[in-house]
Ligand binder design. Structure first.
Ligand SMILES: [Zn+2]
Length: 69
């Protein structure tokens, strides 16, 4: 079994949401993108960050809270 290490908290975890399609129901990490002025993006960086499920939920909650402002 492959274990991954969370880049935020350092905890080891088993991979989750391994479907090879990207939507908010199956994300399992974070990468930075270049945002265009029309709120589309034109590419993602190659240095994605592994996140355990708890840290991913914390990042999503943070982004959603920032988006409300
Ligand atoms: Zn974590």
């Amino acid at each position: 079994m492959i274990a991954r290490k969370c880049d935020r908290c350092g905890k080891f975890y088993e991979p989750y949401e391994e479907k090879n399609e990207c939507n908010m129901n199956n994300v399992n990490g974070v990468a930075f993108v270049h945002m265009n002025t029309d709120n589309t993006y034109s590419g993602a960086t190659n240095d994605g960050h592994d996140l355990c499920h708890e840290c991913l939920m914390a990042v999503i909650a943070f982004v959603r809270e920032v988006s409300k402002k």
